[in-house]
Write a new protein. Structure first.
Length: 91
């Protein structure tokens, strides 16, 4: 139980925090991902995919740097991994 509390306890409020309401970078990521998915091939898809990747990177760096608990920082690190994978798989 101590490990659970350490991993999920919000350092600011003392409450258990697993997920939070999406913030601006995540809304941009969700919106740009929808545009990319709805677009066929071409410039619109490429720009939307780039915006989605950039917004996800913004969110991930913020979570790693300022996450309220270790769980949120791990989510941010996973987001950075996804961004790295998307950047490597362009083409």
């Amino acid at each position: 139980m101590r490990v659970f509390n350490w991993f999920f306890r919000n350092r600011e409020t003392g409450e258990i925090t697993v997920a939070q309401f999406p913030n601006m970078p995540l809304w941009i990521f969700f919106g740009a991902s929808l545009v990319a998915r709805a677009s066929g091939y071409g410039d619109v898809k490429a720009i939307a995919r780039g915006a989605a990747t950039g917004a996800l990177g913004w969110w991930a760096v913020d979570e790693v740097a300022r996450g309220v608990n270790p769980w949120r920082r791990v989510l941010g690190a996973g987001g950075l991994g996804l961004v790295a994978w998307r950047l490597v798989s362009i083409g």
